[in-house]
Design a protein around this ligand. Structure first.
Ligand SMILES: [Zn+2]
Length: 238
């Protein structure tokens, strides 16, 4: 059993915090959109005011540019209310076994098409962060995978081998034992320098954050910059 399992937030906690609380839901999405606080994409100003007649719209105090909470995000055209959307995300990302559209439909009391769309968006979200965006969480996992056959030439390593190493970094939350975001990168070799470069470019590092390496000692090169632990996490167990 994963030691993080017991810290998974319960449905009780979730509903206590967000049900019938549009402001708490909005705050959640606001923080997700602006993790470092609001900024105007037109002028860079960090102050805004809200228009009371329009929900979830922020107006830049300096230039008046208006931005909607979900504008430019995957939920731009989402018709679900904030609570149902957040609940759908909660159900999807706290499930260890994946969530079907049928299940999502009955849990959220929405039609099948809406549920299917939300499940698809959740899956996109899980992989979307394999982009230029740096992962920022308190808990990460990293591993190296190899794709392709082993080189037939003994002792031949690096670019010339037929095995292609991939670095994998996952970002998870201590409250959620299922990985949320992923970064993958094919690299010529999995030496210390490449490891360092990949993790520096992929993760926000600090000593109060934890990197689990599944026992791979290559990642110990990061020990000065993040807390490295070497434990296996089994997601298949409940
Ligand atoms: Zn502005």
């Amino acid at each position: 059993m994963s030691k993080y399992k017991d810290k998974k937030p319960s449905m009780i906690e979730f509903t206590r915090k967000y049900a019938n609380n549009d402001q708490a839901c909005e705050d959640f999405f606001f923080r997700a959109k602006y993790p470092n606080g609001y900024y105007c994409e037109k002028c860079g100003c960090t102050h805004y005011r809200k228009i009371s007649t329009r929900n979830h719209v922020y107006t830049c105090s300096k230039c008046g540019h208006q931005s909607c909470l979900f504008a430019g995000t995957i939920f731009q055209d989402c018709k679900l209310g904030l609570y149902k959307l957040l609940l759908g995300l909660f159900i999807f990302f706290t499930s260890n076994k994946g969530v079907s559209a049928m299940e999502m439909r009955s849990q959220l009391d929405v039609n099948y098409k809406t549920a299917l769309l939300l499940c698809r968006k959740c899956r996109v979200l899980m992989t979307e962060c394999n982009s230029e965006k740096i992962l920022d969480n308190m808990f990460y996992e990293a591993d190296v995978a190899y794709i392709g056959s082993r080189s037939k030439e003994p002792g031949h390593q690096g670019c010339g081998t037929e095995q292609q190493p991939f670095f994998i970094a996952l970002s998870t939350s201590r409250n959620n034992n299922y990985p949320q975001f992923i970064k993958l990168r094919a690299v010529p070799k999995d030496d210390r320098e490449t490891t360092n470069a990949f993790l520096t470019q992929s993760l926000v590092l600090s000593k109060d954050r934890t990197l689990n390496t599944e026992g791979k000692t290559t990642f110990n090169i990061m020990k000065d910059r993040i807390t490295v632990v070497n434990e296996k996490i089994d997601y298949s167990k409940d």
